[in-house]
Each structure stands twice: as C-alpha cells, then as structure tokens.
Design a protein around this ligand. Structure first.
Ligand SMILES: [Zn+2]
Length: 395
C-alpha cells in the first residue's frame, strides 16, 4: 500500500504548486475539494492561500476551515456564484507565501534540534509567519548560548542537509521511530515524520507541516529578540534587512559616543546610573523645598502662591515630590526644557484654569487637570512674571 495516496499532497510533494481537483461539497462562500493541496493551518503555522481557476476565471481562496468532515476552502461571494458541486477546477497555491512558510518551518526544526543537542533545551511552542519564527523554550539562555545556537544553525544551513518526509502507519512508527522522534503524533493511523540529514539523519520529529527539501534553501537565520523563555528569529531577506538596519543604528550610536562594543555598553550603563543618582538627588532636594513651602509663599489676590525657577527638575521628579505638598497652595515651577508646571493643592484654585489662561495669552501648547497642568514656556520671555500678572487679574 502506498501511504502517499492516503496522505495530504503537501506531505509528500510540498513543491507542487497546482493540481486539478473536483468540487465535492458546497456551502455559502465555501467549497470542499477532493485534493489536499492547501495546508489548512495548525502547529503554529497559518494556512496556505491561493486561487481556484474555473472556466478562465480566478476565484480567491481567502482561508481554510478545518472541519470534522475535512477542509473547506473559503471563497468570496463572486466565487460563490460561479462554483458548483461536481465541476472540475484547477487549484493554485500562493507560492511565495507557501515557500516562505516552508523555509520558516524548516528553520524551526533546525533551531530546535540545535537547542536540544547543545544545551538539552526543549522547544515547547512554535509560531511561524512570513520569514519569522517565534519559539518558547524550556529555560532561558545566556547571550553566549544564543550566539552558539545561531552559529551552529547557520553552519548546518551552509553545509546543507536533506529534509526527508517519512510517512508510515502507526505500527511501523512504534517499531522503528517512536524512541528517537520528538513531538506528539495525532490520532490518525498514518504518521508523518520529518528527518534532517541523509541516512540515519540527525534529527527526527513528528510533524504534519510543510518543509523545504534541503536546509541550504534557507538564506540564514538571524536573531530578532530573546527574553526569558521566548526567542524570535527572522530568516532570509527579512533577517538580512533587519540585521543591517540594527547595525546602522549602532553606527550612529558609536559615532555619537566615540565608543564601541562592550565599552559602549559599559558607558551607557554608567550614564544611566549617573542619571538615576542625579534624579534621586533632585527628588530629595525638591522634597526639602516642598516640606518648607510656606517660607517661599507669597499672597497674590488672596491666594497662597509659590513661584520656583528649577531648571534641573523634570515632570517625573516633580510629580513624585508633589505628593508631599501641603494643602492650600498653588505651586508654579519653571522646570527642565522650559516647561512651566502648575500644581494646585488649593481645592478652590484649578491648575488647569490658570494654565489655560497662559495658553490663551501666549499660544503655547499645554494641558492638564485640576491638580496638575503644564505648558511649554520656551517662547515666553519671563514665564514666572507672566504667571504673577495673570494671577493678579484672576478672580
Ligand atoms: Zn515541521
């Protein structure tokens, strides 16, 4: 018995782009055909797309629905009015999409093999998109380990290895393959395995997906990100473009800092720490000022107002310190980058209202609420005097 006749076309002939088929079922906007050219999604991979050709007309296949009674091809309403049960049609794959999925999917087999062999790390979940692979693994890796995984995967691609589809019945699977194969098998009586490498091969996985014939068809695996147990990769054009783009960003950074590699990282970490220490110092100082706010207070139009010029203070520090402000004040701060802030702890006086008056007078941009508001004061000559003037007239 040739099991190929009982398994999907995409198992044994993933490079077959078209096939003549017969429509054997029809519902509204969907048809069932007697040939399994289209991969129906599953195992983390999206479905194939393509067209149905009938009497010189091309009907788009916009999705595949997996049902108990088989796969149904989704078509639009124009196609629905053309196709009928019993007619002979030609099915054609969206080949670029299929081939990209074949390469992404085969790359994942390879990466999972390398992870297992080098570091005994299991692949728990995998998702594929156009030239993109996301996997979840059993433990997180170090930078050095991930680099080794990439080097070894790309070395095997360079070397080239056949990707062999093995289709057997359940008994043969249990006898010959079960002990060596990764992955679970479905409930079907026919089992499909994918082997990397000729002869005995070096990796064996139960898989119903679509794959390339040889790993050398992949034009390289590139890292996108890795965080905890999640790894993301690009392959081919997407990978090459992404790596070059990152490199160009890095060159900007290297030129701006006159540092490279680990020295650059070290410098940036130091700068960030300095920034954090400075920020903490600013916060402590501001809290001290706010704790004795009434010393700096002046009465304008019966309101208790504090005007402060603090060019080192940014919004984050100001909002942290403002939590400790006493009730009954309007505090106005001209802070970093010439931003003018209004903080009101006086229930009768809205920070937004005063801020809006400044915006109205100057045309500057800003916004806020009753307790906290801000306006860009870059184009205002003497912002604190202007605030004083506005408050004098305010009723
Ligand atoms: Zn596979």
């Amino acid at each position: 018995m040739n099991l190929n006749n009982f398994s999907p076309i995409y198992w044994s002939s993933s490079y077959q782009r078209e096939v003549e088929a017969k429509i054997i079922g029809k519902n509204k906007n969907e048809v069932k055909v007697d040939k399994t050219l289209f991969y129906p999604s599953g195992g983390g991979q999206l479905s194939d797309l393509g067209i149905i050709v009938y009497q010189q007309q091309e009907i788009k296949v916009v999705g595949i629905l997996k049902r108990e009674d088989g796969n149904w091809l989704q078509i639009d309403s124009v196609g629905d009015s053309i196709l009928e049960e019993g007619v002979e049609v030609l099915l054609q794959l969206d080949w670029d999409r299929r081939y990209s999925f074949m390469k992404s999917h085969s790359s994942q087999h390879l990466i999972s093999h390398v992870l297992k062999r080098l570091f005994d790390v299991e692949t728990l979940k995998a998702n594929f998109d156009d030239e993109k692979i996301d996997i979840e693994i059993s433990r997180s890796l170090s930078e050095a380990e991930i680099l080794e995984v990439l080097q070894e995967s790309n070395r095997l691609i360079n070397e080239g290895a056949e990707v062999i589809s093995i289709i057997v019945d359940k008994d043969e699977y249990k006898r010959k393959y079960r002990d060596d194969a990764r992955g679970k098998i479905s409930n079907e009586n026919i089992v499909r395995l994918i082997q990397l490498g000729e002869g005995e091969g070096f990796d064996l996985t139960c898989c119903g997906g679509v794959h390339v014939k040889n790993l050398s068809e992949i034009n390289g695996i590139f890292l996108d990100t890795f965080k905890g147990n999640s790894l993301k990769f690009y392959i081919d054009k997407h990978g090459i473009d992404s790596v070059n783009k990152q490199r160009i960003l890095m060159i900007y950074l290297e030129e701006a800092t006159a540092k490279k590699g680990e020295k650059l990282v070290e410098m940036l970490i130091n700068k960030l720490n300095e920034g954090r220490i400075l920020q903490e110092g600013n916060l402590r100082l501001l809290k001290m000022i706010f704790a004795k706010i009434d010393y700096r207070c002046q009465e304008i139009n019966d309101k208790k107002v504090v005007l402060l010029n603090l060019p080192e203070i940014d919004r984050q520090v100001l909002q942290s310190a403002a939590r400790e402000l006493e009730k009954g004040f309007l505090t106005v701060v001209l802070g970093r980058n010439d931003i003018l802030y209004f903080i009101s702890t006086d229930g009768e006086l809205s920070a937004k209202e005063i801020n809006d008056l400044i915006i109205e007078k100057t045309g500057s941009k800003g916004g806020g609420n009753k307790g906290f508001a801000q306006v860009n004061a870059k184009n205002i000559e003497d912002p604190l005097s202007l605030v004083k003037e506005v408050l004098t007239m305010f009723s």
